[in-house]
Ligand binder design. Structure first.
Ligand SMILES: O=P(O)(O)OC[C@H]1O[C@](O)(CO)[C@@H](O)[C@@H]1O
Length: 528
C-alpha cells in the first residue's frame, strides 16, 4: 500500500493540511460542517472537526479503492478464509442475520436454544428454583462484550442481576460472590476454547463456592463441547458456537447468553437486528457515504497521514463506561500487527492506542493534556441525543459539555483573545503577560462526533457493528490479518512455569531480572 500512488496522494494532502488551522478550514468553506457529516438513519458521524477536507477525503476514498476494500469486504461476507493464519472464515455477522451462515452450522437453532434457556432462567423455571444472580466467568472477548452491553442497557435489564468475573486475581470472584446465595446463583463459564487459564481457574473456584448446587447451577458457552463435558457441565446447559467467530467478535453468539438473561430474548433480538442493519449498510452503501469506511479512513488519516499514535474514545454516557475497554480489545487485538498477511513487515504504523473514559468525568482528569499537552490526541465523542430515563436537564448539561470540548479542541483560544479578555476584566499588564501563555489554547486538535437518538438495544448493536467494520476496513488497507492474536500467546506460555516458582519456590529457567523479581516477591510474601 505504502508504495502506491493513492498512498502518496493522501500524504500530499496531509502535507498541505498540516499547517492549516481548523479555524482556517472552517473559514475557507462555509459548507464544511454539512459536507463532512454523514448519517444513516439516526446515526451520524461528523468528521468536520478532523484536520481534513473534501479533497483529502476523496484521496482517502481513492486509497480504500486501491487497497481493494470492496473486494475484501465481499470476500469477508462470502465466508472466505480471511483469517489466513488460522485458516478460518470470519462470519460473526451471520450470528445476527447480517451474512449467510456456513452450510451445516445451525446458527438459528443454536440461537433459539440459548434464548429459550435465557427465558427459562428469567421466568424462574430452572430446576433447583429461581435464580436471583448470574455470574459470567470469562475474559477478553468472553467478558468485555457482555459486560459492556449489560452496563449500557441497564434500563433493559429486568431479569436476574448480572455479574462479571474475569481476572484470575482471586479477589475478583471473592468480591463478586460475597453476599450471593449459591442456591440462587447461576454461574456461566464463557470461553471459546475452554482452556483459558484464568477462566478455568475461576470456573473451578466458582464450582467449589457453589458446592452441592454446582450440579444444577452451572452453564457453559464454548466451541469446545468436550471440554465442557469433561468439566462436568451437562449437555443441556452447554451452548456452542463456531471457530468462524473470533473471541472479540463473539458477543452476538451464545457468549451473549448472560446479556440475554438480563434483557430477555426480544431485546436481544433487537440488539442483533441493530448490528445486522449496520452490516447491510456496510455491504451496500457506496464508499463515500459508508459510515464504517469513513470512520476507518479518518482513522488512517490520523494514524498514517498525520502520525498521531493514539485515540481517546470518550462516550458522553455513563452507561457506555466500558465501551473504551471493549473497543481497546476490538481494535488493538485486531490491528496491533507488525506484518502483512504475507508475513512481510507492514511498512507503516498500524492500530493506534485506544483509551478513554466517559465524559464529563474525563474532562476533570486527563483532558488537560488533550487540550494543552505537547501530543495531539484525536478524540472520538459518542453520545445519544436523548436520555433513556435520566433528567433531561442533566442530559442537556452532558451534551453541552460534549460539544464544548469538541469546540475548544478545534478552535482553542489564542493568546490575543486571552489578552483582550483579561484586559477587559481589568487585569494588570504584568498579570496579562505572565498568565496569557498558560491560559491560551492552541486549538487545531481533531475530533469526530458520533451521535444517535437513544441508547437502546438496537442502537447499541448498530454502534458496535460500526466499530467492528471500521476495524475491518483499516486492517484491509494496512494489509494485516485483523482476526488472529498471536501476540498474546508468548506471555501465556511464559507464565506457566512461573506459577510453581512463585507458589512453591520451584526451580524455573528464566532470565536474571525475572529470577530476581520472583525472589523479591517470595521474600516479601514470607515477611508478610
Ligand atoms: O474465550 P477464550 O477462549 O477463553 O479466550 C478469551 C480471550 O483470550 C484471547 O484469546 C486473548 O488472550 C482473546 O482473543 C479472547 O477473547
Amino acid at each position: 500500500m505504502t508504495t502506491t500512488e493513492a498512498w502518496t496522494a493522501v500524504h500530499d494532502h496531509a502535507a498541505r493540511l498540516k499547517p492549516v488551522h481548523l479555524r482556517r478550514l472552517f473559514a475557507a468553506d462555509p459548507g464544511r460542517a454539512a459536507a463532512l457529516a454523514f448519517a444513516e438513519d439516526d446515526l451520524s458521524v461528523d468528521l468536520s472537526k478532523e484536520k481534513l477536507d473534501r479533497a483529502a477525503l476523496d484521496a482517502l476514498l481513492g486509497l480504500a479503492r486501491a487497497a481493494g476494500v470492496e473486494a475484501q469486504r465481499a470476500a469477508l461476507f462470502a465466508g472466505a478464509p480471511v483469517n489466513a493464519t488460522e485458516g478460518r472464515a470470519v462470519l460473526h455477522m451471520a450470528l445476527r442475520g447480517g451474512a449467510p451462515a456456513p452450510a451445516g452450522d445451525d446458527v438459528d437453532g443454536t440461537r433459539e436454544r440459548f434464548l429459550a434457556f435465557a427465558e427459562t432462567v428469567r421466568a424462574g423455571q430452572l430446576p433447583g428454583g429461581p435464580v436471583r444472580d448470574v455470574v459470567n466467568i470469562g475474559i477478553g472477548g468472553s467478558d468485555l462484550g457482555p459486560a459492556m452491553a449489560a452496563r449500557a442497557l441497564v434500563p433493559d435489564c429486568d431479569g436476574p442481576r448480572l455479574h462479571f468475573v474475569s481476572n484470575v486475581d482471586g479477589a475478583h470472584l471473592a468480591d463478586t460472590v460475597a453476599g450471593l446465595d449459591p442456591a440462587r446463583t447461576l454461574v456461566i463459564v464463557a470461553s471459546k476454547t475452554f482452556t483459558t487459564q484464568e477462566t478455568m481457574a475461576n470456573a473451578r473456584l466458582a464450582r467449589d463456592w457453589l458446592g452441592a448446587h454446582a450440579a444444577e447451577r452451572m452453564a457453559a458457552v464454548s466451541t469446545n463441547l468436550d471440554g465442557c463435558a469433561a468439566f462436568g457441565i451437562p449437555q443441556e446447559r452447554v451452548f456452542g458456537f463456531w471457530d468462524w467467530v473470533g473471541g472479540r467478535y463473539s458477543l452476538w453468539s451464545a457468549i451473549g447468553l448472560v446479556l440475554a438473561i438480563g434483557i430477555g430474548a426480544a431485546r436481544f433480538r433487537a440488539f442483533l437486528a441493530g448490528a445486522a442493519a449496520m452490516d447491510r449498510h456496510f455491504r451496500e452503501a457506496p464508499l463515500e457515504r459508508n459510515l464504517p469506511v469513513l470512520l476507518a479512513l479518518a482513522g488512517i488519516w490520523r494514524r498514517n497521514a498525520m502520525g498521531w499514535p493514539s485515540v481517546a474514545v470518550i462516550p458522553y454516557d455513563q452507561r457506555l463506561a466500558r465501551l473504551p475497554a471493549y473497543l481497546q480489545q476490538l481494535d488493538m487485538e485486531s490491528n496491533g500487527k507488525r506484518v502483512t498477511r504475507a508475513g512481510a513487515p507492514v511498512g507503516t504504523a498500524t492500530g493506534p492506542v485506544i483509551w478513554g473514559e466517559p465524559g464529563t468525568n474525563a474532562q476533570h482528569s486527563f483532558f488537560q493534556l488533550i487540550h494543552q499537552g505537547t501530543d495531539v490526541v484525536p478524540v472520538d465523542f459518542i453520545a445519544a441525543a436523548t436520555p433513556r430515563d435520566a433528567d433531561p436537564r442533566h442530559h442537556a448539561m452532558l451534551l453541552a459539555n460534549c460539544l464544548a470540548q469538541g469546540q475548544a479542541l478545534a478552535f482553542g483560544r489564542d493568546t490575543a483573545e486571552v489578552e483582550a479578555e483579561m484586559a477587559a476584566a481589568g487585569a494588570a499588564p504584568e498579570a496579562i503577560a505572565r498568565l496569557a501563555p498558560h491560559r491560551s489554547f492552541p486549538g487545531d486538535r481533531p475530533s469526530t462526533t458520533i451521535l444517535f437518538r437513544r441508547l437502546d438495544p438496537h442502537a447499541l448493536g448498530r454502534l458496535i457493528a460500526l466499530f467492528e467494520h471500521k476495524v475491518f476496513v483499516q486492517g484491509a488497507i494496512w494489509g494485516v490479518n485483523s482476526y488472529d492474536q498471536w501476540g498474546v500467546e508468548l506471555g501465556k506460555a511464559l507464565a506457566r512455569p512461573l506459577i510453581p516458582a512463585l507458589a512453591e519456590g520451584a526451580a524455573a529457567e528464566t532470565d536474571p531480572s525475572t529470577r530476581a523479581l520472583i525472589d523479591r516477591i517470595r521474600a516479601l510474601a514470607a515477611g508478610g
